[in-house]
Design a binder for this molecule. Sequence first.
Ligand code: F6R
Length: 602
Amino acid sequence: MCGIVGVIGRDDTTEVLLNGLEKLEYRGYDSAGIYVDSKSGDGHLVKEKGKIAELRAAVGPDVKGTVGIGHTRWATHGIPSNNNAHPQVSANGRFYLVHNGVLENYEELNSKYLSDVTFKSETDTEVAVQLIEYFVNSGKSVLDAFRQMVDLVVGSFAFLMVDRNDPERLYVAKNKSPLLIGLGQGFNVVCSDSLAMLSLTHEFDELHDGETAIVTKDQVEIFNREYQAVERNPYHVELDENETGKGTYPFFMLKEIDEQPAVLRRLVDQYMGERDQFKFDPRLIEQMAQADQIYIVAAGTSYHAGLAAKTIVEKIAKVPVAVELASEFGYHLPILTKHPFFVFLSQSGETADSRQVLVKMKKMGYPILTITNVDRSTLSREADFTVLLHAGPEIAVASTKAYTAQVTVMSILAKALGQKLKTDDSKIDLRHQLGIIANAIQTIVDNKEEIEKYASDFLEKTTNAFYIGRGQDYNASLEAALKLKEISYIQAEGFAAGELKHGTISLIIEGTPVIAIITDEVTAGLTRGNIKEVEARGANTLRIVSEDLAESKDQIIMPKIDQVLAPILTVVPAQLLAYYATIQRGYNVDQPRNLAKSVTVE
Ligand code: F6R
C-alpha cells in the first residue's frame, strides 16, 4: 500500500527519495510524487500517475534541495491521477503533506472547517493539509496547527509534512499505519519500511500509535499523545541491502520460489535443536499447552497457511484449532472457548485487518503469538510472543516463501506443543520430513521447464481454471488458486473435490483446466472419481500427485511425505504454474494490478 519516504540534511535529496520510492514499489501503488525544497525556499513538486520510472523521467535537473518528502499512492479516495497523487498541497501552496492510511471523518472535518476552501483533489488526505493551513491562518503556530489536525482526524495515518516557509524540519505523525525514522550523521530519514533507506542507515527509531515527531537534520524529537517528549532507543536492522535486490532473476517471485528449500532448512536450524529440543521461548509452549483452543487469525495467503496449519496442529498436538479471517472475526466475534490462545499469521506484520483483531484480543487479555517475517513489525511488537519466519524479505506481491515458512513454523510449533502434551503423533520425525520436503522442492525448482510447459498447455489461453483436492490437498488448492488468479488474472477457484458436483460443475465446459492435487491415500480414489466427472464434461486435467498414488497418465509427481505436511510441497508447482502462466500472458509478475503487498487499510 502507500509508501512514504522523507529526508532532511542531504544534498542528494531527490535521488534518496526516488531510490527509496523504488524500494517501496513492491508494496503496490498507482501514482507517485515528491516535493523537494531547500533553505532558499525553492520548492519543486513533481507527481505522476503510473510507475516510479515515469516520475523519474518527469524530474528535471533543477529538482534539487536539502529536504524532501515522497509517496507512492495506492488509490482509496479518488482515482489514480496526478491531482490525487501525493504530496497534497494546502491552498496557499505553503504546506506539503504525504499520507498513508484512511481518514474516516474527512467529510465531517471538511464541512466543519473548510467549506470556503476549493479542493484540488478527491482525496481524504487533502483535508489534513488544508486543515493545517486553516489553523495557521487562524493564528496558531505550525506545530500547534499540525497537532490540532492530528487530534481531529479519525482513522489510520502516517503523515509527513514540510512547511515551505521553514524547510528545516519534517513534521511526522503515526496512527495504525507504519512509520520509522532512520538516523544518519548530519541527516535523518523517514520511511514506511526500513528497506527504503537501508543504503543510508541501519539505525531506526520506531514510532508508536498516537506519537508525533519533529525531525531536523541533527535531531529527532518524539512526543506521546499528550505531546510530552518521550525517549526512544534506536534499534538496529540486521538486513543486508543486497538481500533486497533481484540478483540475476527476472522477477522477485521466481527468486522467492527458488529460496524455499533454503528457508525450510534455515527454520529447522533456527527452531529445532538436536534430539527434539526446541528453541522457542518455553513460556510460549507453556501458555499454548494451557489453551483449550488455538485461534489462528490471518488474511489471504496467510489465512490459507493457517488452514494447512490447523490440520497439522490438530494431528500432531491434538489441540483444537479454529482458523479465522481477520476481516470477519474482529467484527463478528464467535463465542470463544474458556482458554483461547491466539496466533496471528502475517508475512508483513502490518495487515490492518489482522491488527484490529489483535488489539481487541489484547484488550480482552488473551495470550497472543505473532508469526511474521518482519521483525519489529506492528503485529510483532504488540503480541506477547513473536516467532520470526526468517524467510528474508518477500518483495513480490504474491506471497510464496512466506506461505511455506508459515506452515513449516507451525509444524515445528505443533511438534513442540505435542511433545509438551505427550501426544503419540508428536513422535513424527519432523526434521527428516522437512529435509525430504526441502530436497523435493529443490528438484521441482531445478526442473522448472516442465512446469513452464504445463502452464503453456493448460493456462496460457484460458479465462478460468479450477484447483481441486481433499483435506490438506483442498487447503493447498485454495492457496494454489489464489496464486494463479492474483497474478495471471485467470479466474481461478480452489475447490473441495467432492463439492464440485453440488453446483459448480456446471461451469466445466470443453477445455476448462482442472488441476487436481492428490497426496492422501484415503481420499485419492474419490478425487480420481471427481477427475473422471470433469473429464467427462470436457475438462483438461493436470494432476499433481504423490509418487505412492501416481498413475501412468499423471503429470507432476511428488515424493511421498507425511501427508499432513503435504501443502508445504504441493504448493510449489502451483506457484510456478502461476508464475509461468503470468509471463506467458504478458503481465508483470511482481506487481499485479490493484494489489498491495502490505495492506494497511481495512
Ligand atoms: C497473496 C498475498 C496476500 C497476503 C495478505 C495478508 O499472495 O500476499 O493475500 O497474504 O494480504 O498479508 P500478511 O501475511 O502480510 O498479513
